[in-house]
Design a protein around this ligand. Structure first.
Ligand SMILES: NC(=O)c1ccc[n+]([C@@H]2O[C@H](COP(=O)([O-])OP(=O)(O)OC[C@H]3O[C@@H](n4cnc5c(N)ncnc54)[C@H](O)[C@@H]3O)[C@@H](O)[C@H]2O)c1
Ligand SMILES: O[C@H]1[C@H](O)[C@@H](O)[C@H](O)[C@@H](O)[C@H]1O
Length: 342
């Protein structure tokens, strides 16, 4: 069976996913696209020579019976509306992060999915499919480093555009660490406090950059997470978990080593699209395969989207208060407790 996919939002990542589904991955085809910028949606059909219809909006795209599943790759604030419409029509939905921009909105999605009675939603936390993080998780689960005690990580972008605001360091950037870290160590977050080091002169006046988040988990693991989005030198994702008996570290991206002009060097990446390209491929292929073969997605759930949103809300509060703020999660609904997950 070929899964027929409709894409809502044909901007940067929407196009990336369209390209991989139509040119690289197996088992799916793009049959529909839409974007508030209709010109852009039409261009994408031409650019990738898709056998797809450009619809005027998400509502008509989702309602079309030729569409089995939708990819929501629009701006964060538009996600909730499209995801709820997809659930209403019983369509599978892969939603890029964030699932919704507030914890309340994520809860509305969770309730809609539970009421529908079947899992339909996967959230685009692609790091869970990255080989390096997967190996770290295996090592931690096998207790190779004993109990994790501390985590040090960094999320650095070369630069950001003028629309990037201080809270986006959380909702757009740190959100990836928020998802991956609790998954890696099988723990829940307890509290967060934010520190602002000396500001780089390369950031706009209104943007606090860099920022340091000190997060504690329920079992007492101390996490220091640096977000530095005008670091200039490269796209750099670091993660190191220090345990009772050893350390696991995220591998560097492989690169050839060049000896030249009395120097020894390796190249660093500069763009997020390249850093997680394999993870995106595996993630979307897993979505296609699991809904086609098992009748439901098996990647990150709406509940994972909710955990991220609750934590992000508190991180933004901590950015503003400067105080240590408590992170309180509700009880995980039974619906999500025994799901088969990748
Ligand atoms: N997983 C990742 O690593 C990753 C990377 C980049 C972006 N993202 C997420 O993907 C989403 C899109 O990011 P982007 O970088 O592609 O942004 P973008 O601005 O390049 O593209 C978003 C597109 O959505 C369209 N759009 C907005 N509202 C819409 C609506 N209601 N209906 C249809 N189209 C709509 C816009 O016109 C735009 O073309 C964001 O939520 C972002 O956080 C995830
Ligand atoms: O939307 C992007 C994307 O999620 C990248 O992975 C992240 O590094 C950027 O900081 C963020 O702005």
């Amino acid at each position: 069976m070929t899964l027929k996919i409709g894409v809502i939002g044909t901007g940067a990542i929407g196009r990336e996913h369209i390209k991989r589904i139509s040119k690289k991955l197996a088992g799916a085809e793009i049959v529909a696209v839409t974007d508030v910028n209709q010109q852009l949606a039409k261009q994408v059909v031409e650019q990738f020579q898709l056998n797809a219809i450009a619809y005027p909006d998400d509502k008509t795209l989702i309602a079309n019976e030729n569409v089995d599943a939708v990819l929501v790759t629009s701006w964060g604030p538009a996600h909730k509306g499209s995801v709820l419409k997809a659930i209403e029509h019983g369509k599978y939905v892969f939603c890029e992060k964030p699932l919704a921009t507030t914890a309340e909105d994520c809860m509305e999605i969770i309730n809609a999915e539970i009421n529908y009675g079947k899992r339909l939603v996967q959230v685009g936390f692609m790091r869970r499919y990255d080989k390096g993080y997967v190996q770290m998780k295996e090592a931690i689960d096998q207790k190779i480093i004993g109990e994790p005690l501390m985590i040090r990580c960094a999320h650095r972008n070369v630069s950001v555009d003028e629309n990037y605001t201080t809270d986006m360091a959380v909702v757009d950037t740190l959100i990836h660490e928020i998802d991956i870290l609790h998954w890696l160590v099988n723990d829940d977050y307890q509290s967060v406090q934010v520190f602002y080091p000396k500001k780089t002169r390369n950031a706009l006046e209104t943007l606090r950059d860099p920022q340091i988040f000190l997060i504690e988990t329920r079992s007492g693991i101390a996490i220091t997470a640096e977000v530095f989005v005008n670091c200039k030198y490269g796209y750099d994702i670091q993660c190191e978990i220090i345990g009772e008996e050893g350390i696991v570290k995220l591998p560097e991206v492989p690169s050839i080593v060049v000896r030249k002009d009395a120097q020894l060097g390796v190249n660093l990446l500069t763009d997020w699209k390249d850093r997680f390209v394999d993870a995106y491929d595996i993630e979307i292929q897993d979505f296609i395969d699991s809904v086609s073969e098992k009748g439901e997605p098996q990647g990150p759930t709406s509940w994972d989207g909710y955990i991220a949103a609750v934590t992000a809300d508190v991180c933004v509060k901590a950015q503003q208060s400067g105080q240590k703020e408590e992170i309180i999660l509700g009880e995980k609904p039974d619906f999500y407790k025994n799901l088969q997950q990748a």
